[in-house]
Design a protein around this ligand. Structure first.
Ligand code: ADP
Length: 120
C-alpha cells in the first residue's frame, strides 16, 4: 500500500486548523475551537499552585511524548487575547520538563464570565 508523507518547509509549519468543520480559522472569530501550537509561557495557569501533579504520570508522559509526540492537545480558553489553561496539567508539565517551547492546544474562545466560572 502506498504511504503519503507531507513535507512542509519549517517556515510554513506555524499554522492553525479549525477543530470543527464550521470554517473558523481563529478562536477570536465566532465559531468552534481551533488547534494551534502555543508557547508554554503564553498560557496562564491560574490554578497551578493549588493543584499538584502526579510525578509518575508526568514521567510516563515525558517518555511517551518524547517518543511519539503529543497525541491529544490540551484544552485552552482564550479571553480577550489571553490564553488560560485549567486542565492538561500533566501534559503541560511534561512539556516544561522536556524543555519544549510550545504545546499543541485546542483553543476555544470565552468571555470574562466563562473565565470567572473556571476560577470558581
Ligand atoms: P493531564 O493532566 O495532562 O490531562 P492525564 O494523565 O490526566 O494528564 O491524561 C493524560 C492525557 O494525555 C490523556 O488524555 C492522553 O490521551 C493524553 N496524551 C497525549 N499525548 C500522549 C502521549 N504521547 N502519550 C500518552 N498520553 C498522551
Amino acid at each position: 500500500m502506498a504511504s503519503f508523507y507531507l513535507h512542509v518547509p519549517s517556515t510554513l509549519r506555524k499554522f492553525s486548523l479549525p477543530a470543527s468543520s464550521n470554517g473558523a480559522t481563529s478562536p477570536s472569530q465566532a465559531g468552534g475551537p481551533v488547534i494551534m501550537e502555543l508557547p508554554l509561557d503564553k498560557i496562564r495557569r491560574p490554578l497551578m499552585r493549588t493543584r499538584e501533579n502526579d510525578p509518575q504520570k508526568v514521567k510516563e508522559l515525558m517518555e511517551s511524548i518524547r517518543e511519539i509526540g503529543l497525541q491529544v492537545p490540551i484544552d485552552v480558553l482564550e479571553v480577550d487575547g489571553v490564553y488560560y489553561g485549567f486542565s492538561g496539567c500533566h501534559r503541560y508539565e511534561a512539556h516544561q520538563r522536556l524543555g519544549l517551547p510550545a504545546i499543541r492546544c485546542k483553543v476555544r474562545r470565552g468571555t470574562k464570565e466563562t473565565l470567572r466560572h473556571h476560577l470558581r
